[in-house]
Ligand binder design. Structure first.
Ligand code: PRP
Length: 183
C-alpha cells in the first residue's frame, strides 16, 4: 500500500520504499562478504520480519537457507517484559550452523536477547542479528547486533512489516504514526 491511502494516519515518512531497498542491498553485501564460503541459515522473527526476510533473501547473491520463528512476549502495556514464549519453533536443527536472526525492529532488545540466548543453547556455529531499525533503548542491550540498517528515535513507526493493531504492515514506506491513532 502507498502512504497516500492512509496519509491522515501518518505524520511523516522516515524511509521510502527505494531507501529501504538500497539499505537492504547494502546489508546484503556486508553479509555476503562476512559469510563467504560458509553455509548460512537466516531466521525471520514472525510476523514483522516477513518483508525484510523476503527482500534480504532476494538481495543475497548466494545460497541461503530460510526458516522462521514466532514468539510472544508477555508484559504490560506496549513494552516487552523479556519473558518470551515460543509459538512456532524452527523446523531446522541449528547445530553447527551459522545463524543470522532477521528482524525489522529492535525496541527494548528483550525479545532478541532472549531469542539469541535460546538459539545459542542449541549449539550453532555462530549466531548474529540483522535488524532494519533499532530504537535508542536497544543500543545498550547486552546482546551485540552486528547489522543495523538505521538507528531511529523513540517514535511509533509503521510500515514495511511494522504494525499498529495489525494494520499498516503492508505500507511500502516506513512512517511515523499520528498520535490521534494510538492515543
Ligand atoms: C516486534 C519486533 C521484534 C520485537 C522487538 O515484534 O518484530 O521482534 O517487537 O521488541 P523488543 O526489542 O522490545 O523486544 P512484535 O512483538 O510487535 O510482533 P510482530 O512482529 O508480530 O508485530
Amino acid at each position: 500500500m502507498d502512504t497516500e491511502y492512509v496519509g491522515d494516519d501518518l505524520v511523516k515518512t522516515l524511509f521510502t520504499h527505494d531507501e529501504i531497498q538500497a539499505k537492504v542491498e547494502e546489508l546484503a553485501r556486508r553479509i555476503e562478504k562476512d559469510y563467504e564460503g560458509e553455509e548460512l541459515l537466516i531466521v525471520g522473527v514472525l510476523r514483522g520480519a516477513v518483508m525484510i526476510m523476503a527482500d534480504l533473501a532476494r538481495a543475497l547473491n548466494r545460497h541461503v537457507e530460510m526458516d522462521w520463528m514466532a514468539v510472544s512476549s508477555y508484559g504490560s502495556g506496549t513494552k516487552s517484559s523479556g519473558v518470551v514464549r515460543i509459538l512456532k519453533d524452527l523446523d531446522t536443527d541449528v547445530t553447527g550452523k551459522h545463524v543470522l536472526v532477521v528482524d525489522e525492529i529492535i525496541d527494548s532488545g528483550l525479545t532478541l536477547t532472549w531469542l539469541t540466548s535460546n538459539l545459542n543453547s542449541r549449539g550453532p556455529a555462530s549466531i548474529e542479528i540483522v535488524t532494519l531499525l533499532r530504537k535508542p533503548e536497544a543500543v545498550s542491550m547486552p546482546v551485540d547486533v552486528k547489522y543495523v540498517g538505521w538507528d531511529i528515535p523513540d517514535e511509533f513507526v509503521v510500515g514495511y512489516g511494522l504494525d499498529f493493531n495489525e494494520k499498516y504492515r503492508n505500507l511500502r514506506d516506513i512512517s511515523t504514526l499520528a498520535p490521534h491513532i494510538y492515543s
